[in-house]
Design a protein around this ligand. Structure first.
Ligand SMILES: Nc1nc2c(ncn2[C@@H]2O[C@H](COP(=O)(O)OP(=O)(O)OP(=O)(O)O)[C@@H](O)[C@H]2O)c(=O)[nH]1
Ligand SMILES: [Mg+2]
Length: 418
């Protein structure tokens, strides 16, 4: 079974919570804080697996969760990191955030591990929050909770050559004689229902050919099997356009050729502009030489006369393809800007209180905190001034923060002082 589009649900692991702990030892009355940090949650990666050709496995397993980080412990012990999860996908799978449609990854390079969702940050233990004023903080930070994301996988096969043409023109027959692939072949339209791939070895080189279901006029509007399989030739470097010139089906080769060109154009300009080799197939059954001559005149570029059944012209076709591929740039991944999940709303200010400490988060404060350096007085004053200007100090007071309380923003912990 073949499947080229699926929705799955992925969640990176939560970060482990930080620990509140105090050093204990005989004869030492008040040990310092020694609660360790929580472990980072496992991240989710995708990896192209050359052995896979369909997304069918994802129909049976839709939920993917990486392991959570473990909480920190006393004696400054870090919590264990959650294990990452690697989702294997066929080569050529494009990964989208299903809600926004933004592209997250293109599993193009074999075996490359691509980060999809980052595991949650581990919370910091209380040892990290000790300040000269508050030497024994009795609070720690919670680990970051991650959000489950709805992800869409779309397979866009990676091949060098795409076979396109009307149904029944002999595309699959051609694939079967040039490669070891064993596609279904029969004398009726729409024999091929899903793409077939074949590796062609010619002299000392090789290339991959994709054979897709036949197209008909109006494929763009969903006629026949529609356009949906064209995504499997979207990334090829060269189109081999197969036309039946035998006249056996009562078709007009020139018209057939134009209809298919038009459908390619309607699908995408890029596909339309790809270099093309035209194959006049079924030459063994040519009823009237006129059709072939007419096609050659109409298209204004070389047309290769072939018979997939007798193999006449097949070697010449492979020579021509090999030569053409040599001139063409190597295939490359799609160009895209990775979709970034909105971390926090830019204007939001979130104040959380645990065990007497105030945790402030949100786009603006976090940005400030990244710039500030608390050991430097000027920098710290600047930071506080900005917080005050933005009304964040007032918000903290409204929430009950008093002088001497600890305020935490990202990695910074400081004492509120008026
Ligand atoms: N005489 C002759 N018949 C051919 C040739 N190539 C293919 N055929 C026949 O044409 C019919 C259709 O061949 P397929 O290879 O299934 O055609 P297709 O283009 O893959 O068709 P779809 O999968 O429906 O799009 C079969 O009966 C083949 O035997 C050829 O060179 N000469
Ligand atoms: Mg076929």
């Amino acid at each position: 079974m073949f499947l080229d589009e699926v929705i799955i649900y992925c969640k990176a692991g939560n970060g482990g919570d930080g620990c509140v702990g105090f050093h204990r030892e005989k004869y030492v009355q008040k040990g310092g804080p020694d609660g360790g940090d929580g472990g980072k949650g496992g991240s989710i990666y995708v990896q192209a697996d050359a052995g896979m050709t369909t997304l069918i496995d994802f129909r049976y397993k839709q939920h993917y969760r990486a392991e959570n980080g473990l909480p920190g412990a006393g004696k400054n012990m870090f919590g264990q990191r959650g294990q990452d999860m690697v989702i294997k996908v066929p080569r050529g799978t494009v990964v989208y955030d299903a809600e926004s449609g933004g592209i997250l990854a293109d599993a193009f390079n074999p075996d490359e591990k691509i980060l999809l969702l980052q595991g949650g940050r581990g919370g910091r233990g209380n040892a990290r929050f000790a300040t000269p004023v508050k030497r024994s903080p009795a609070f720690a930070e919670n680990g970051e909770k991650t959000i489950e994301r709805k992800i869409r996988l779309e397979l866009k096969t990676i091949a060098d050559v795409g076979l396109v043409g009307f149904p029944n023109v002999g595309k699959s027959t051609l694939l079967s004689v040039i490669s070891a692939a064993k596609p279904k072949i029969a004398d009726y339209p729409f024999t091929t229902l899903t793409p077939n791939l074949g590796v062609v070895r010619h002299f000392d080189g090789s290339f991959v050919v994709a054979d897709i279901p036949g197209l008909i006029e109006g494929a763009a509007e969903g006629q026949g099997l529609g356009h949906k399989f064209l995504r499997h030739v979207e990334r090829v470097r060269l189109i081999v356009h197969v036309v039946d010139v035998s006249g056996a089906d009562g078709r007009e080769p020139v018209e057939d050729y134009r209809i298919i060109r038009n459908e390619l154009k309607r699908y995408s300009e890029r596909l339309y502009e790809l270099p093309e080799i035209i194959v006049a197939n079924k030459c063994d059954a040519l009823q009237d030489g006129e059709t072939l001559t007419a096609l050659k005149e109409a298209v204004g570029c070389p047309v290769l006369s072939v018979s997939a059944v007798t193999r006449q012209g097949v070697k010449e076709l492979l020579d021509a393809v090999t030569l053409r591929l040599k001139e063409l740039p190597p295939p490359e991944p799609i160009h895209f800007t990775k979709y970034e999940y909105e971390a926090v709303d830019k204007d939001s200010v979130i104040i959380e209180q645990h065990n007497g400490a105030f945790f402030v988060s949100g786009g603006y404060v976090e940005e400030l905190a990244r710039k500030a350096y608390l050991d430097d007085n000027d920098s710290f004053n600047w930071f506080q001034k900005k917080m005050r200007e933005r009304g964040i100090i007032d918000m903290l007071k409204e929430r009950g923060a008093k002088d001497g309380d600890t305020i935490c923003v990202l990695d910074l912990a400081f004492t509120l002082m008026e």
